[in-house]
Design a protein around this ligand. Structure first.
Ligand SMILES: *Cc1c(COP(=O)(O)O)cnc(C)c1O
Length: 421
């Protein structure tokens, strides 16, 4: 076998020491060894990666980070990949934050009140799934995995297929057969074996679980390996840095499996431990669709775990997740931050998408639009203040989703009343 050359210019990836000390069960805190393959913890819960944060604090400064290339490897000391040769890259960027000034003014925001959108649609494969899956694939490469399998609602499968193909790892992906067409096509084009299943994502997950022994797949389901959280954690690191190491008042996050919410919460904890931020935290607000809101129901019922949501349906495919294995981690972050969980109707999602596109020229994905709908609802109900600086998460490029037909026919041979066009 010949060594595959690293696909990226090394200057984009700082070659720093790494600081992972061990892994930990997210529920019991049981200590587990790093540098070996894991799925769930022995007790069946998601695993968290732990670092020598005192070591990171001594090694890293805000200035050092600022001098590095604008991609998530600038936070290398807080990421798990040991060897630079295992970094798999497709040209990641720091995603822009943009404000929605016209809507802010219409909604009567005042003082420091501001609506900020983190636009994750600019990442490779057009969604923030790139963050988590890139790290999962880098670590799979580092730990010698040859085949990865996952259930997906679309974007995760696309990111896995892309990064795994780039790394020379085989992938098998299962998605609900009504997944957005563009997602299914990109997954297959990017080299995965794709199966369209007559069921929902949790049904697809059961197939991965049932087949992994026989087929020799590494189970890459949401939170069933430790490193997707680390990738999603970079959202919190990046946001903090972009806002001058000053966190916002609230973050509205469209919650499916909750990886991003859990990851950002972890990011803030680590940033405080290395002295980059203080103890102020944003209120973490889990946004779900009314047709699939298991976390909202558990939040309202004061439960630590969420029950399976039956007959899940919503236009926001990315958050159609009837059961989340990290439910307790999501709910802990929401509660410990004095946040809340809220559901929005599909009609409100569609109206929000339309409003932001027409008023601000910004095409959100339906899941991102759900956060704007939830924000408006929360503002109207007084659950957030007009002086709050809030961040909405636009997780994917709006162009990846079906859109209503636009435009109208024009007969160039007929008589045209130009004044009325
Ligand atoms: C996966 C996904 C989500 C949900 O993200 P989690 O971190 O898994 O909760 C939201 N929106 C889009 C577009 C997604 O692809």
């Amino acid at each position: 076998m010949t060594a595959v050359p690293s696909p990226v210019s090394q200057s984009l990836i700082p070659d720093t020491p790494t600081f992972v000390t061990h892994l930990e069960c997210g529920m019991t805190g049981e200590r587990l060894p790093a540098d070996t393959l894991h799925n769930l913890s022995p007790k069946g819960y998601p695993i968290l990666v732990r670092y020598d944060l005192a070591g990171v604090k001594a090694a890293l400064s805000k200035e050092k980070i600022a001098a590095r290339a604008p991609n998530w490897w600038r936070y290398r000391e807080l990421l798990p990949v040991r060897k630079t040769e295992n970094v798999v890259s497709l040209g990641e960027v720091m995603t822009p934050i943009l404000t929605l000034p016209r809507l802010a003014s219409q909604l009567g925001l005042r003082g420091d009140g501001e609506i900020i959108v983190k636009d994750e649609g600019r990442l490779p494969t057009g969604s923030f799934k790139a963050r988590g899956l890139a790290l999962a694939v880098c670590m799979a490469k580092e730990l010698g995995v040859k085949k990865m399998a996952m259930p997906t609602n679309g974007n995760a499968g696309a990111a896995l297929a892309a990064y795994a193909s780039r790394a020379g790892i085989e992938t098998v992906v299962f998605c609900p057969d009504d997944t957005p067409q563009v997602n299914m096509n990109e997954i297959a084009l990017q080299g995965a074996r794709l199966y369209k299943v007559n069921g929902l994502i949790n049904d697809c997950g059961k197939l991965v679980g049932a087949g992994k022994e026989a087929a020799g797949w590494f189970d890459t389901s949401t939170l069933k390996e430790p490193y997707r959280i680390e990738g999603k954690k970079t959202m919190g690191l990046e946001l903090a840095e972009q806002l001058g190491w000053e966190l916002p008042d609230a973050i509205f996050y469209p919650t499916g499996g909750g990886t991003g919410l859990i990851g950002m919460w972890k990011a803030f904890e680590e940033l405080e431990a290395i002295g980059f931020i203080g103890s102020k935290r944003p209120r973490m607000i889990a946004v779900q669709a009314a047709g699939c809101a298991p976390i909202v129901r558990a939040y309202q019922g004061n439960e630590r775990h969420a029950k399976l949501w039956e007959n899940a349906h919503t236009v926001a495919a990315g958050i159609r997740v009837p059961a989340a294995i990290g439910d307790f981690l999501i709910l802990d972050a929401v509660r410990n931050s004095n946040g809340f969980a809220v559901a929005v109707e599909d009609a409100a999602i569609t109206a929000a998408l339309d409003e932001v596109a027409k008023q601000e020229g910004f095409l959100m994905c339906p899941e991102g639009a759900a956060t704007y709908a939830a924000y408006k609802q929360a503002l109207a109900e007084g659950k957030v203040k007009k002086s709050d600086r809030v961040v909405l998460w636009n997780c994917a490029a709006g162009l990846k989703y079906p859109m209503p037909d636009g435009g109208q026919p024009l007969d160039r041979h007929g008589s045209i009343d130009y004044a009325r066009l």
